[in-house]
Write a protein that binds this ligand. Structure first.
Ligand code: AMP
Length: 431
């Protein structure tokens, strides 16, 4: 099947062709006709499935089909995303697919000066892609009029809730006109998401492309059991001995990300960190260097890395396992995208055995354990509680969550009790 049969006009098809897409992905095949039929959609899809084009292509088509209006542009579509990175990426997509159309879009997020955003809004835009905090801020100052919005997308809704955005979402919803089309995208479906969907959507069509709460099939996954103090050494060894050139590494804290980046540098491996304490400019620069290949390792916290779109990212490393099992699925979803093979490894020490078990339970499968010669686990080391936060940062959490900068999950805090259980029963030996 090609894009030609989906009801998209020539200028859009031309832009798609220039992107090099020949066949619509399953989510695009399903979503495009439904959205064009002006129905609400509840979509279960992770990043990497092509979901962004799944909603931006029909949105652009509908804007094209609408009768032309004179005077200043009115905001017709609002796309809400949890992070600035994702907002910027969605905006890039809207821009690329709408290249041959006359619409104007803009991206609104915090952490950068608001003046340029205000100036763009004053000139008039058709589409806004935004994170909630700055959007509400500019709306309350009278720079955005929500009353003309006809099309609303909540992207990565599960992550929005994780980041504590529910009140902001409700505030936005309360200000939108009653008559509008709504799309909700989420990688996972908790009861909170279902409740939000009930409130937001009107007789939605359900689309689900990736199986619920399971990890992408095109990603091979391995766990390397390792002593807590030898993780950095093992990581450097794996990168060097396998000659990995582009590796996205996840740490649990911002402090941990900085420290690991420095240590990798000392091992002669170029690395950069991205997390919420870095300025937007520093984050964009680090990502650009990583994409260009001048930086070999990008060390990121969950939130900063959310939605990062890197074509053919071959390796994802969980330097530390996430506290929330769903985050593991999101992390490894950075690789193995759009039909490419991906490789996700996790360095797991004795403190994280319970976290690993929770992840395996969620995915309904065990991850294969691999022993790296020279890195045998010392059975005398006892489990210790996992440090949850970068030191001294707890006070900032509340504030930064509002700005979309938090690195932590507000959902279901999981106690990490020291445990005596080890990898024993799951171990599958060398491979
Ligand atoms: P997304 O799930 O929206 O983050 O998209 C994941 C990646 O797939 C992005 O790099 C897109 O550019 C790419 N992509 C989207 N649609 C297609 C398609 N039909 N064919 C090939 N690549 C695509």
């Amino acid at each position: 099947m090609s894009f030609n049969n989906l009801g998209l006009s020539k200028p859009i098809l031309r832009a798609i062709e220039e992107q090099g897409y020949t066949t619509p992905t399953p989510i695009q095949k399903q979503a495009i006709p439904i959205v064009l039929a002006k129905k609400d959609v509840l979509a279960g899809a992770q990043t990497g499935t092509g979901k962004t084009a799944g909603f931006t292509l029909p949105l652009l088509q509908m804007l094209s089909d609408a009768p032309k209006e004179t005077g200043k542009r009115k905001v017709k579509a609002l796309i809400l995303t949890p992070t600035r990175e994702l907002a910027a990426q969605v905006a890039d997509n809207v821009h690329a697919y709408g290249k041959y159309l006359p619409f104007k879009s803009t991206v609104i997020f915090g952490g950068v000066g608001s003046n340029p955003q205000i100036q763009t809004l004053k000139r008039g835009v058709d589409i806004i892609i935004a994170t909630p905090g700055r959007l509400l801020d500019l709306e309350s100052q009278g720079y955005i009029d929500f009353s003309t919005i006809e099309f609303f997308v909540l992207d990565e809704a599960d992550r929005m809730l994780d980041m504590g955005f529910i009140h902001d979402i409700k505030k936005v919803l309360a200000k939108l006109p009653k008559k509008r089309q709504n799309l909700l995208f989420s990688a996972t479906f908790s009861n909170e998401i279902k409740a939000l969907a009930d409130k937001l959507l009107n007789k939605p069509e359900l689309i689900e492309v990736a199986r619920r709460n399971t990890s992408s099939e095109s990603v091979t996954q391995h766990v390397y059991p390792v002593d807590r103090e030898r993780k950095r050494e093992l990581l450097s060894h794996l990168i060097s001995s396998n000659n990995w050139q582009q590796v996205l590494v996840f740490t649990r804290t911002k402090h941990g990300a900085n420290r690991l980046t420095e240590q990798l540098g000392k091992d002669g491996i170029t690395a950069a960190a991205i997390h919420g304490n870095k300025s937007q400019t520093a984050r964009t620069k680090a990502l650009a260097h990583f994409k260009a290949g001048t930086v070999r390792v990008l060390v990121a916290t969950d939130i900063a890395a959310r939605g990062i779109d890197i074509d053919q990212l071959p390796h994802v490393v969980n330097y530390e396992l996430p506290n929330v099992p769903e985050d593991y699925v999101h992390r490894i979803g950075r690789t193995g995208r759009a039909g490419n093979e991906g490789d996700a490894i996790s360095l797991v020490c004795v403190d994280e055995v319970k976290l690993l078990r929770d992840i395996e339970k969620l995915m309904k499968k065990d991850v294969q354990k691999v022993r790296e010669p020279g890195f045998d686990v010392n059975p005398d080391i006892k489990a210790e509680p996992i440090q949850q936060k970068s030191r001294g940062r707890q006070q900032q959490r509340k504030k930064s969550a509002h700005d979309g900068q938090t690195e932590h999950n507000h959902r279901r805090p999981r106690p990490n009790k020291p445990r005596s259980s080890r990898f024993g029963s799951n171990r599958q030996g060398n491979s």
